[in-house]
Design a protein around this ligand. Structure first.
Ligand code: ZN
Length: 287
């Protein structure tokens, strides 16, 4: 199933239609998009029996108009240097343990947004984002604790990110709208039915003023150093994972910082980020 957020209400997406979760469940689940993760097992069991397209209450939905599918998680984890080719382009050694930082939740935004650039060194990072189900501590390295996956961009102001002699990544990656996500959370069973869960194609491309698109990143999640189940295991060994927490799992090679010459996002550019089986998100940049 595909779970999205329309106007602050949880919806199930079908082919061109959306079904309001609170209405369809007679108030048992939703309308708050975060509520479905707090009751994840019951919700998933209920939703798996729903045929969205055949439900008379389903309404047509246009491409735009969706908000961040998980709008207010308690914790947002992000992982650095989690693809070998990306670590190489930044000149850093592969970490022996996941390199964990945060994107503050107020940076979260929906799938189709306009983002104001905070400076002239703002970079792109296409990322697979895992959504935690009911959460807990000391979780095993399996997919069971993961409610689903979505597309994200870890937009990064490199000047702010690398400031000081002990750089702290949080602020440089948390300007308004620097964590766009969506369009929906796709559950593991749905994705598994049509795709190799461990080898999803991931990338992003840019265009200026409606011109031709240029590919910036084109990788596969088969190259993840620490897989999603491994990250859930290692994070939960330290912190309690809460329902709906997000894990930005790192980016493949092709970021602007690693290019020669270096390249960063400019006003007027449109960045499209796509992951196989999950969909696309699109950001337009202004000064
Ligand atoms: Zn990142």
């Amino acid at each position: 199933m595909r779970i999205a957020n329309r106007g602050g209400r949880a919806v199930l997406l079908g082919q061109g239609v959306a079904l309001d979760v609170a209405t369809a469940s007679s108030g048992r689940f939703g309308p708050d998009p975060m509520a479905v993760y707090r009751a994840w097992r019951e919700f998933a069991a209920w939703a798996s029996g729903i045929d969205v397209g055949a439900d008379p209450a389903a309404q047509p939905v246009e491409g735009a108009g969706l908000d961040a599918p998980v709008p207010a998680p308690q914790q947002v984890f992000a992982i650095g240097l989690n693809y070998a080719d990306h670590a190489k382009e930044t000149g850093m050694a592969l970490p022996e343990d996941p390199l964990v930082f945060t994107k503050f939740p107020s940076a979260l935004a929906g799938p189709e947004t306009t983002v104001r650039l905070s400076g002239d060194r703002v970079d792109w990072e296409a990322e697979l984002v895992a959504v935690v189900g009911e959460g807990g501590r000391d979780l095993p390295a399996t997919w069971d604790a993961v409610a689903g996956l979505t597309v994200g961009q870890d937009l990064s102001d490199r000047t702010v990110q690398n400031r000081g002699d002990r750089p702290q990544f949080g602020l440089g990656k948390s300007f308004a709208g620097y964590a766009p996500t969506g369009p929906a959370v796709v559950t593991i069973d749905e994705l598994r039915a049509g795709h190799d869960l461990d080898a999803l194609r991931i990338g992003c491309r840019v265009s200026e003023d409606g011109g031709e698109e240029r590919v910036l990143q084109d990788g596969t999640t088969a190259d993840l150093v620490f897989t999603v189940p491994e990250l859930v295991h290692r994070l939960s060994a330290v912190v309690e994972l809460r329902p709906g927490d997000l894990i930005f799992t790192g980016t493949p090679s092709g970021v602007g910082l690693g290019r020669s010459p270096q390249e960063f996002l400019k006003p007027g550019q449109v960045l499209t980020t796509e992951i196989e089986g999950l969909g696309t998100i699109r950001q337009t940049f202004t000064a």
